[in-house]
Every structure is written in structure tokens, then in C-alpha cells.
Write a protein that binds this ligand. Structure first.
Ligand code: PMP
Length: 338
């Protein structure tokens, strides 16, 4: 038995991904973060950030939590907030999936949609949320805090304490590599720190989507982005506080054309319904498996549940509009008329 919602966050299963394991001769394992109550890895960050703010006395009962988020962190913050008696105000770029926005509204979050503009623009969703938090801290009777997931290292530290420790225990320490994409960097840098502390031999890899700047940064020292991706929640253009001091052993830039067939394959053949960032992660695990050679054990993150992207990733019209391949079974589903 768990104690309420908070006790149901984390301790997710580690699932062997059969087809990519067979393909590479490695054991590729996916940490099933989509099984958290808010159906994403970001429930963890939400809990770490709220617990930290409460421990510091920064968050008073009835207070407001403000955050800029691609959606999943907002869902985690609203669920944990509801369980602990805090309200949430969420600033989200309007380009994010309708399903995430709907979920946020039904969780009771106040949602503010803003145009998707780069971080250097003062109207970027992260910066808007920071200003709004300052404003609400003055006007709200019980105060307000800015969760600030990108630069709040309670995020990274929590992953080192929980995600890394769970992976180490679940593999019995038999792990050769860990790979993940970056949104805030909390998952990658935090889990890497925890695993490296357990064993300096664990190889850490970044899986970067197109449109992100970290691949170039870790391979040539320059923050430079190229192309674009339909994946959500990942694709960073700067070194966040959560990434400060972190270095991967390997970095891969993964196109959607490589990641999305993996997402479709995992659903069609293994029953795993996942979002696009999980595809980038598993594609990264395949690259790391090729790098290390057969016989190794590689862990990655299955970040969130696929229903969150029904209108995009699993919509043939959307895929065609982006010149991305449509899997045959998805076409068949749409073609059936009775
Ligand atoms: N995948 C999805 C779907 C996400 O929402 C996020 C977080 N924005 C990530 C991956 C990346 O996690 P992190 O912020 O810990 O880097």
C-alpha cells in the first residue's frame, strides 16, 4: 500500500525491450516512467521541487505554484499540488499537444497559453512564468513560488536519489550504459550522477533531437541547433543549472525519422504506448548498444504515455503534414468504416 498520491510516484518497472535487444545483442531496458500517476517522468521533478520548497519553508499552505512547462511538469505539479493543498498556475507554449492542455485544465491548473518563442525572447514561456510568480508572490494571500524546473537543482538531485538508485537496484548493478534526452536535464544529469557514484564505469550518453543545441555543445563546444523535431518536452538550447558540471561520455543527434518508427514498433509489437521523446531515448539506446557492442546492458527512460499525442504523433494527417512516415497499421485504423 502507498500513502496517497505521493507514495505512488517513482518505483516504476524496468521493462526489457525485446526487439531492440534482439537487434543489437544487448539488453536494452526501459524505465517505465509513463506508469507514474500523471503518466510521465515529470511527476518525480514536481514532487522533488515541491518537497524542497516546503522543506525550505518557501511554500505556505494554500500557496500557489507557478511554472512554465511543455505540459508534463505542469500535470505533475497540479496533481501533487492538489494532494498537498496548493494551487497551480501553468504557462505553456501554445504549440504543445491539446491532450496535455486538456489534462492540465481537468487537474484544475490555471492555464496560460503563450506563443512559442526562443528562450532569449522576454516573452518565452519560462520567462513569463518567472515574472508571473513574482507578481503572484506579492498578490496571493498565501504567497506563490516559481517551480523553475530548468534551473532548480532539486530536480536533478531527486533523480540522483531515486531514479538512479532504483535503476541500480533493479539491474543488481549490472548496467553498462544509460542514455536519455534533455528537457531540463534533470533526468539525464541526475540519473548519471547517481549511477556514476555507484560505479564510475557506467557510460552516459545524451540523445538529442534535431532542433536542440546540446549535441553540438558536447561534441564541439558550441551551442548550435539544427533542424527541428515533432517530439515534445525535450530539445534544449542552453546549459541549464541542472546540466551545470555534467558531461556525457557520448552524444547522439537523432532525427525523428529514426525515433518515430521505434515508437510505432514498440506499440505494434510490444504493447508499449509511448510519446516521441521515448523514441529518441530508445533510438539513443540502440546507438549506445552499437557503440559498446553486444552483451552490454543499457537503460533508458520511457518518458510518457502515448495517448498524450493522439492528435499529432498518432495522427496520419499530422505525420504527412510533416513529411514523416505513417505506419501501415495506423492507416488501417483510420480506413475502417462500418
Ligand atoms: N520527455 C518528456 C515527454 C518530457 O516532458 C520531458 C520533460 N520536459 C523530458 C522527456 C525530459 O526530462 P528532463 O526535463 O528531466 O530533462
Amino acid at each position: 500500500m502507498t500513502s496517497g498520491l505521493l507514495g505512488a510516484i517513482g518505483n516504476t518497472p524496468l521493462i526489457r525491450l525485446e526487439r531492440v535487444s534482439a537487434l543489437t545483442g544487448c539488453t536494452i531496458l526501459g524505465k517505465a516512467e509513463f506508469m507514474n500517476p500523471g503518466q510521465s517522468v515529470k511527476d518525480r521533478a514536481a514532487l522533488f521541487i515541491i518537497e524542497d520548497a516546503m522543506a525550505r519553508g518557501a511554500l505556505a499552505p494554500g500557496g500557489v505554484i507557478v511554472e512554465g512547462t511543455a505540459g508534463n511538469t505542469g500535470i505533475g505539479l497540479s496533481l501533487v499540488g492538489n494532494a498537498l493543498g496548493f494551487r497551480t498556475v501553468i504557462v505553456i507554449p501554445e504549440t504543445q499537444s491539446q491532450e496535455k492542455k486538456d489534462m492540465l485544465r481537468l487537474c484544475g491548473a490555471q492555464l496560460i497559453e503563450v506563443p512559442a518563442v526562443p528562450y532569449k525572447n522576454p516573452n518565452n514561456y519560462v520567462k513569463v512564468s518567472g515574472r508571473l510568480a513574482e507578481q503572484l508572490a506579492r498578490s496571493e494571500p498565501n504567497g506563490a513560488i516559481w517551480a523553475n524546473q530548468f534551473d532548480n537543482i532539486a530536480n536533478r538531485d531527486g533523480h540522483a536519489r531515486t531514479t538512479a538508485r532504483e535503476i541500480w537496484q533493479q539491474t543488481g548493478g549490472r548496467i553498462d550504459g544509460f542514455v536519455a534526452a534533455v528537457g531540463t536535464g534533470g533526468t539525464l544529469a541526475g540519473t548519471a550522477a547517481g549511477l556514476r557514484e555507484a560505479s564510475p564505469d557506467v557510460k552516459i550518453a545524451l540523445a538529442d533531437p534535431h532542433g536542440a543545441a546540446l549535441y553540438d555543445f558536447y561534441t564541439s563546444g558550441v551551442l548550435k541547433a539544427e533542424g527541428s523535431s515533432i517530439t515534445e518536452g525535450i530539445g534544449q538550447g542552453r546549459i541549464t543549472a541542472n546540466l551545470d558540471g555534467f558531461r556525457p561520455d557520448f552524444a547522439y543527434r537523432i532525427p525523428d525519422e529514426e525515433a518515430l518508427p521505434i515508437v510505432f514498433d514498440l506499440l505494434e509489437h510490444e504493447g508499449l504506448c509511448l510519446g516521441g521523446s521515448s523514441g529518441i531515448n530508445v533510438a539513443g539506446a540502440v546507438r549506445l548498444a552499437r557503440e559498446l557492442g553486444p552483451g552490454h546492458t543499457i537503460v533508458t527512460i520511457l518518458c510518457d504515455y502515448g495517448t498524450r499525442y493522439q492528435s499529432k504523433l498518432f495522427n496520419p494527417d499530422f505525420l504527412r503534414s510533416k513529411a514523416l512516415p505513417v505506419p501501415a497499421w495506423l492507416e488501417r485504423q483510420v480506413a475502417i468504416e462500418v
